[in-house]
Design a protein around this ligand. Structure first.
Ligand code: NAD
Ligand code: MG
Length: 399
């Protein structure tokens, strides 16, 4: 038996992080949890550290790190607790780390993900925002460092599984003419535009098929999640936006499809449970158990496919336009979306306001070429400032 592989889990206290630890717990001989990282959820990470005995825990928030340090010391744990973003970057780059689960939500995941890529690790990418905001830069870094990027997003993982043998993301695959992303349609698939306009955060987060963090749940309700995934697919699989289709598939059983030049469509099917893509990526190129029960096709009965409604879900149209524009447009789209979604969750913006804000920010900030990371960070900051200003103005106008 080969020796256990060191893994760092960024965002370990979140939905993907917890599912990753659940899969790892089934294969204690195969992995050594070296690093657990999160923002400030110290109680949760202390429990994880007691169960998995990592060498290092990183909480970006210093006060939370101090709490975790004290709690682990009292428990007699040998785990070292660090704080700050630099500690996260150092921890993922360490020699004892073989693979990194990048599952921090939003742009906050960019720097540690980039550090893992630059250190040439196998990076299991859940944090789609990091890829969308950097555009081809991150993929260039993957090639340069000889890192392996394996998609965790269920659609992209499905596509990865349907690609020719030996394929790794980064370049176009021989014979592939198109990919088709499936979308559940989210909680508002059948909701009228009038009702959607004033949907509450809890309604938006009540996803019919997947249990996820609140940011991605809101993205699923606006279909911006699918928009971000279109951009993610263009970058991972080297395809133009016109070759990335989206179909709504309410059963969420077909996780995505790849079309070949001969007309074949290959699909990956399974229960809607993130432990399957996580286990596929952890074990790749082998296979092992994920803890997910096998899919009963008779119980599923029917598979339906329908077009997305671009009128009720303008975010998908905005994302496609940003994908075509390229340069900083996807960075701006992602940043404006993060700010608008947070404002919606904080009850400072209504549901329709999310796409209105993104649209306005994209109209006002012209896309410019991305030559270096600095261009990305500048566009990200400018889009956040403008989105915040627009949200404050709209709040002022409605009071
Ligand atoms: P979540 O909100 O449940 O968890 C987020 C994690 O990130 C937490 O551990 C949190 O502590 C950490 N975090 C947040 N801000 C941070 C910061 N500034 N620095 C360090 N850590 C920080 O989110 P999630 O649903 O697990 O999603 C994580 C990522 O995976 C997102 O990019 C999401 O789009 C992607 N994803 C999630 C799912 C899913 O089923 N949940 C599916 C596909 C893709
Ligand atoms: Mg997805």
């Amino acid at each position: 038996m080969s020796s256990p592989r060191g893994i760092a889990i960024l965002g370990s206290t979140g939905s993907i992080g917890r599912s990753t630890l659940a899969v790892i717990a089934l294969h204690p001989e195969a992995f050594k949890v070296a690093v657990l990282g999160a923002f400030n959820s110290w109680q949760a990470i202390v429990e994880q550290a007691k169960a998995f005995h990592p060498e290092t825990v990183v909480l970006v928030d210093a006060a939370a790190a101090a709490e975790a340090r004290a709690a682990l010391r009292d428990a007699g744990s040998a785990t070292r607790v660090e704080s700050g973003e630099q500690a996260l970057k150092d921890a993922v780059s360490a020699a004892n780390v073989h693979m990194v689960m990048a599952a921090i939500v939003g742009a906050a995941g960019l720097q540690p993900t980039l550090a893992a890529v630059r250190a040439g690790k196998r990076v299991l990418l859940a944090n789609k925002e990091a890829l969308v905001m950097t555009g081809p830069l991150l993929m260039d870094e993957v090639r340069r460092a000889g890192a392996e990027l394996i998609p965790i997003d269920s659609e992209h993982n499905a596509i990865f599984q349907c690609m020719p043998g030996g394929y790794l993301p980064g370049d176009p695959a021989d014979g592939v003419t198109r990919v088709i992303l499936t979308a559940s349609g989210g909680p508002f698939r059948c909701t009228s535009a009038e009702k959607m306009a004033n949907a509450t955060p809890d309604e938006a987060c009540a996803h019919p098929k997947w249990k996820m963090g609140r940011k991605i749940s809101v993205d699923s309700a606006t279909l911006m999640n699918k928009g971000l995934e279109v951009i993610e697919a263009t970058l991972l699989f080297g395809l133009p936006e016109s070759k990335v289709d989206v179909v709504v598939h309410p059963q969420s059983v077909v996780h995505s499809l790849v079309e070949y030049a001969d007309g074949s469509l290959l699909a990956q099917l399974g229960a809607p449970d993130m432990r399957t893509p996580i286990a596929q990526a952890l074990a790749w190129p082998a296979r092992f158990a994920s803890g997910v029960q096998s899919l009963d096709l008779i119980a599923v009965g029917q598979l339906a496919f329908e077009p997305p409604d671009h009128n009720r879900f303008p975010s998908l149209t905005l994302a496609r336009a940003a994908a075509r524009a390229g340069g900083t447009a996807p960075t701006v789209l992602n940043a404006a979306n993060e700010v608008a979604v947070q404002a919606f969750l904080d009850l400072r913006l209504n549901f329709v306001g999310i796409s209105t804000v993104i649209d306005k920010v994209l109209q006002r900030l012209d896309s410019s070429p991305v030559k270096a990371l600095g261009d990305v960070l500048e566009a990200d900051a400018a889009a956040r400032r403008l989105a915040n200003t627009l949200i404050e103005q709209s709040a002022g106008a409605s009071t």
